[in-house]
Design a protein around this ligand. Sequence first.
Ligand code: SAM
Length: 294
Amino acid sequence: MLGPLAIDSTSRPPSLVMESLYTSLFPSSSSTKLLQSPKMAELKASITADAKLEMWSYALGFTPMAIVKCAIDLQIADVIDSHGGSMTLPSLSAALGCSQPVLRRIMRYLVHRRIFTHTASSYSQTPLSRLLIRGAADSMAALVLLESTPTMLAPWQRLSLRARQADGSPFEDEHGRDLWGHCDANPEHSKLLDDGMSCIAAASSAAVVEQCPEVFDGISSLVDVGGGDGTALRILVKAFPWIRGINFDLPHVVGVAPPCDGVEPVAGDMFVAVPKADAAFLMVFFLLRSYFLH
Ligand SMILES: C[S@@+](CC[C@H](N)C(=O)[O-])C[C@H]1O[C@@H](n2cnc3c(N)ncnc32)[C@H](O)[C@@H]1O
């Protein structure tokens, strides 16, 4: 969620951050020599130098998101998967229609981030890269694609204004209306949002079914408030077929949600009224975004 602003630097000492930053930026053998040189050892020992280098991770903090988004756009994980889970650079670049030198740099970064492995001249899948396969059951590609859109990133540029205007909304300042109004007016972005949310809903609902099925005992109707495209209820009514689901969301969302047996779509505004049911269900994913931007 914090992709453009964060690199995993907080939990590591600055010298490790520096090392990983250097190897990610200059992963050639010359950088290894540089890291091992006495001058670099001296530099490593200097807290000031470490602090400056750590600042690089903020300056370039957008890089992991940009490169993972690029990998999804190019469908690198999908293509490697469809070729048995492992491919050489020439065959991968031919399959993707990409320039080999550029693809090599992208793959080097993705290997550095442990998203793919590189052994015996072949790139192979990892548990991380499998999450980037579009349309796979547990894919998180749609979430990355949503959060990396200019629409979602631009309001972060206004965070300092938010600090000065107690009741301002960077999203509204940027786009002229709130996120839901923006989605209503922009069906393409609405689809990206529904797909991104569906990733979360699929993972969390599957966990609920597995970890605490007893909470649904005795419940015959369940309303998902802000249920998006109905992913959560689809999973829940399949697991607990005695439950009648009500997928409640704004009209532009319910209007395009795929139909599902056992789930009734109801359009409305939760601040006005919510359909009656034995239990209501509310999944809030945007806490961090809301905390800062709304
Ligand atoms: C963050 S998404 C969560 C989607 C899904 N429940 C999940 O957790 O993946 C919030 C949902 O609330 C819906 N929503 C926002 N304002 C609403 C309102 N006033 N009434 C009903 N639904 C609303 C949005 O359209 C969106 O689908």
